[in-house]
Design a protein around this ligand. Structure first.
Ligand code: HSE
Length: 351
């Protein structure tokens, strides 16, 4: 049976959840998908790095005690050595799940670049490399005959990007708008029920929805990165974050939310991008008081939703989880499945 060896760069909540899926469901997945998944490298800020070409015993890694590092294990070291591991691992797929840096995308961009340059396909949930380096990294992937996949960079495991590129084919998409941040949607709902912003943010952090720095959720910069990705991927734009105007939910008070409710409206943080009359794409992030009849007004909790405005079909809306460790790990799995399909297609062409 075909096999993919994978390297996990960053071993926080999302890559841990992926490792757990592989441990618990690897055999079933192999039967369903026709390939085996084996983890051959892990790097992590706290645990260090581990490379074992014959496959890492994930149960052993999960049983590590607090403060233990990979240093004592064969192929292990106390330092993460991310780029060294990416270039030298025997893995054919690198899973990049380090933190999102909204300023320059680093170190994520360097990780993805190192993997693609050394002939490995990459999946990432990290918005930084996709929003700030997507064009260059896609070119690099093509030049090296490998694949760069990033479904989880927008709306977690809910397949928005693949839905647009593979299912809405044949349609002209004129605009995309959505609820793209689970934390702020959750917080707005809790504030509507009388909770303070700070208490609701703390809950969202505990539930694993919020970014390491939740300001990115509350001030709209997380959505700004996602809007750049949607505009570039779906509308063929070439935007950077500077092209996307941004206002977050931090500017809303409890009174604004209660007053909107009294008028039959509900505040949502909306990220949008649309084709403008000049032939370009206009994109923005802003809190909007939507009438309750609007398709996005009823999306509650950490759920996200994206509406596509199309020429032949009108508006099509997809909703689903937009955050969460397991949900985002599923995005990585869906990317690995796409990479496998791409590799098989390439093998058929060259045979
Ligand atoms: N912090 C993000 C959210 C996670 O709340 O939606 C997914 O990007």
């Amino acid at each position: 049976m075909n096999r993919h060896d994978i390297a996990l760069i960053g071993f926080g909540g999302v890559n841990r959840a992926l490792a757990q899926i592989i441990l618990d469901r690897g055999d079933d997945l192999a039967t369903d998908l026709g390939f085996v998944l084996r983890v051959v490298a892990i790097t992590d800020l706290r645990l260090g790095s581990l490379m074992q070409a014959d496959g890492i015993d994930l149960a052993h890694v999960f049983a590590m005690t607090d403060g233990e590092t990979f240093a004592g294990m064969s192929g292990g070291a106390a330092e993460p050595q991310n780029e060294y591991v990416i270039r030298n691992t025997t893995a054919d797929i690198v899973v990049e799940a380090t933190f999102t840096n909204p300023i320059d995308g680093e170190p994520g961009i360097s990780h993805v670049r190192a993997a693609l340059e050394s002939g490995k396909s990459v999946t990432t949930t990290n918005k930084g490399p996709v929003a700030l380096g997507g064009v260059e990294l896609n070119r690099l992937a093509a030049a090296n005959g490998v694949t760069f996949q990033y479904e989880g960079s927008v709306v977690s495991g809910t397949p928005i990007l693949r839905f647009a590129s593979e299912t809405l084919t044949g349609l002209q998409i004129n605009a995309v708008e959505g609820i793209l941040n689970g934390t702020s949607n959750y917080v707005l709902g809790q504030m509507e029920s009388g909770m303070t912003l700070d208490a609701a943010v703390a809950e969202a952090q505990a539930l694993g929805y919020a970014e390491a720095d939740p300001t990115a959720d509350i001030e709209g910069s997380d959505v700004q990165l996602k809007v750049v990705i949607l505009a570039n991927e779906i509308l063929g734009a070439n935007l950077t974050t500077a092209d996307v105007s941004r206002r977050g939910i931090s500017e809303l008070s409890a009174t604004d939310i209660v007053e909107a409710a009294a008028q039959g409206k509900r505040y949502k943080l909306i990220g949008s991008a649309f084709r403008n009359a000049a032939g370009g794409v206009t994109a923005k992030v802003e809190p909007m008081a939507l009438p309750l009849t609007h398709p996005l007004a009823s999306i509650s909790g950490p759920t996200n939703a994206v509406s596509f405005d199309t020429d032949l079909l009108g508006t099509v809306t997809v909703s689903g989880p937009g955050a969460g460790r397991v949900e985002t790990a599923y995005a990585l799995l869906s990317d690995i499945i796409a990479i496998d399909a791409h590799q098989r297609a390439q093998a058929e062409v060259s045979s």
